[in-house]
Design a protein around this ligand. Structure first.
Ligand code: FMN
Length: 193
């Protein structure tokens, strides 16, 4: 698939089914991610694969940390929300958490640029998945900003969770959404002296 076709045809698919990318395809996807432009060659991106029973166990982490956030904020636990946190990784057979490792000490490369490199890695992964025929979706949400979730991923509070990339097969019969037809109106201008 031509890269422009992958860019135009990629769409977020909220529910994905088996088969997940096999080991070879997953490697291709993660290699594409790691090809992202990366100022200073710091390799700030890390990829944590969640699948099978381990994804179920991580769902328990997401529920527990939701409950802990409610405690911190003094708000009631909403049972439906707790259930959603526990089960949401089940929306795809494989999830890759993309995180950004913050280097210790001062770096000549601003942290925002390291986050930008990780975002580029995410998009590369989504495009590679699209080119290989898989469906995908980039999700975030409160767990990304919860230090307890970071700890469960062996990250420190200074690191960032940039994405939960849901990967799998588009369910049969799902009507494909039209490809992206971007409207550039108001987005582009030519600077003049
Ligand atoms: C940084 C980032 C975070 C996102 N987080 C979520 C999310 O938490 N939940 C969600 O439904 N979509 C999330 N998305 C996906 C966008 O909502 C989605 O790309 C958008 O709706 C456009 O749809 P498309 O991907 O089909 O073009 C996120 C996208 C980005 C780039």
């Amino acid at each position: 698939m031509h890269v422009l076709e992958a860019i135009r045809s990629r769409r977020s698919i909220p529910r994905l089914v088996e088969p997940a990318p096999d080991e070879a395809d997953l490697r291709t996807i993660l290699e594409a991610a790691a090809c992202a432009p990366d100022h200073g060659k710091l390799r700030p991106f890390r990829f944590t694969v969640l699948r099978g029973e381990h994804a179920d166990a991580f769902g328990a982490v997401l529920e527990d940390t939701y409950r802990a956030r409610c405690r911190d904020q003094g708000t009631e636990v909403v049972p439906a929300k707790a259930t959603k946190e526990r089960s949401k990784l089940g929306r795809a057979p494989l999830v890759v958490v993309v995180s950004a490792m913050r280097p210790a000490g001062e770096s000549p490369i601003p942290w925002t640029e390291q986050l930008a490199a990780c975002a580029a890695a995410c998009q590369n992964a989504l495009l590679a998945a699209t080119a290989l025929g898989y469906g995908s979706m980039w999700r975030t949400g409160e767990p990304c900003y919860d230090d307890r979730v970071k700890a469960a991923l062996a990250l420190s509070p200074q690191d960032a969770v940039v994405a939960f990339l849901y990967l799998g097969t588009v369910p049969e019969g799902l009507r494909p959404r039209a490809g992206c037809e971007p409207d550039l109106d108001g987005l582009v201008r030519e600077w003049r002296a």
